[in-house]
Design a protein around this ligand. Structure first.
Ligand code: HGY
Ligand code: MN
Ligand code: MN
Length: 421
């Protein structure tokens, strides 16, 4: 690491690193898995418990805590005289993947809380409020689509269009959301999103670049585009012992041949396209009955929207070719275009990083983030810290404490600069 020059701010003068790490480790106990990971999916009792814990920390720190109709949390410091200015916001998500780690999302929320609390404690001269936010259901692993709280904030979706969605166990989203909100009955509810002057999200990189290059901070310039689809293949149930194969309409065989043909058709010599089938469900699900319905998901990503468009056409063609005697539907569930972040915010992250003497590079995010959705309406940026071996969406996800602390300090300094304009 580069040694900070004399006169420049030091990470440990800007935030309380020990408090940051203690809170992250305490939060990781909620939804802890036996293998060391975290299962704290959106709108579960664990998600509600995590929100309560974070609200408690914020209130102890003297921050004003509020929620909204979709369960986003706002933890606010408004310096005297600046109450009515548009805030500078920072946050991420408290929900995790089913086999997730302790840092994806949680880091960005707790780092934002630490930054906002430290700016308050250090009596930073601010001309705008600063807010830490936890956005609801970023992952989309339980209720599709993800980035739900941030999409609500920028008016990409309304609660009425999602409240009847069901999780894989048949629980209705509207009911799960009502339970989540009931767990914090005293929190004021902001009925309408408010304009934001600027937003910065801190996150672990979830990829291998920073660690390989021995860098502490990734200054994120943008996020690659993403599409989610659900393919449903319909055939006919038949007796496994008596029905000759040539007389079947076997949805399983059609669906599996689609998946393999799609992987072949989307193979990218440059290895830039990301094609994932992460969920595959066969019904009725009995060993001795031919499956009559198979649904599987596609998560498709690339930094170039034209490639996403072409790949979507390929998916339509290949699915039709491999359907045989089965019927099929292709439902587009989410489409997020590639995002370029706001140049002023990116520059502010970069200058705060270099003034802290931290080695950094600019990069594009492979993972999706709430900041990419919020960038549709507000000036946004992100700061990444390295994670071990680039592993994420896995229980072993981890990062060096020193990097987590450095990232939170960069965040605090960036928020201070943006909120002092
Ligand atoms: O899927 C994503 O990129 C994010 O981690 N939810
Ligand atoms: Mn995340
Ligand atoms: Mn994630």
């Amino acid at each position: 690491m580069t040694t900070p020059s004399p006169g420049k701010p030091r990470a440990d003068a800007l935030i309380d690193g020990e408090r940051l790490i203690t809170r992250l480790r305490t939060l990781a106990r909620i939804g802890a898995r036996a293998d060391g990971g975290v299962n704290r999916q959106a709108l579960t009792p664990e998600d509600a418990a995590a929100r309560k814990l974070v609200v408690g920390w914020a209130q102890e720190a003297g921050l004003a805590a509020e929620t909204d109709p979709i369960g986003n949390l706002y933890l606010r410091h408004a310096p005297a005289g600046a109450e009515n200015a548009e805030p500078i916001v920072s946050g991420s998500h408290l929900d995790s993947q089913p086999a997730g780690g302790w840092l994806d999302g949680a880091y960005g929320v707790i780092a934002a809380l630490e930054a906002v609390q430290s700016l308050k404690e250090n009596r930073a001269a601010l001309s705008r409020p600063v807010e830490a936010v936890a956005w609801t259901n970023e992952e989309g692993s339980r209720f599709i689509p993800g980035v739900m709280g941030s999409s609500f904030y920028v008016d990409r979706l309304s609660i009425s269009e999602i409240e009847d969605k069901l999780d894989p166990d048949g629980v209705r989203l509207g009911d799960a959301l009502a339970e989540l909100l009931a767990a914090t009955p005293d929190l004021p509810v902001r009925e309408q999103p408010r304009p934001i002057a600027g937003l910065v999200e801190a996150h672990i990189e979830q990829g291998p670049i920073l660690e390989a290059e021995r860098l502490t901070i990734g200054v994120v310039e943008g996020v690659q585009g993403m599409r989610w689809m659900e393919i449903t293949v319909r055939g006919r149930t038949d007796h496994a012992g008596t029905t000759p194969l040539r007389q079947r309409r076997d949805a399983m065989l059609a669906a599996t041949s689609m998946v393999q043909a799609l992987a072949d058709a989307l193979d990218d010599p440059d290895d830039i396209i990301r094609f994932t089938v992460g969920r595959f469900i066969a019904r009725p699900g009995a060993p001795n009955t031919v499956a009559d319905e198979v649904t599987f998901t596609i998560d498709l990503r690339h930094p170039d929207e034209h490639v996403l468009e072409r790949s979507t056409e390929t998916i339509g063609r290949v699915v039709a070719e491999k359907a045989g005697d089965c019927d099929f539907d292709i439902a587009l569930q989410e489409a997020l275009k590639p995002v370029r972040f706001d140049e002023r915010i990116v520059e502010t992250v970069a200058s705060a990083t270099s003034d802290l003497g931290l080695p950094a590079r600019r990069m594009v995010s492979g993972a999706g983030h709430d900041a990419a959705v919020l960038a549709q309406r507000y000036p946004c940026g992100m700061a990444f810290v390295p994670c071990h071996k680039g592993i994420s969406h896995h229980p072993s996800e981890n990062a060096d404490e020193a990097d987590l602390i450095a990232g939170a300090a960069v965040l605090a300094e960036t928020l201070r600069r943006l909120a002092s304009d």
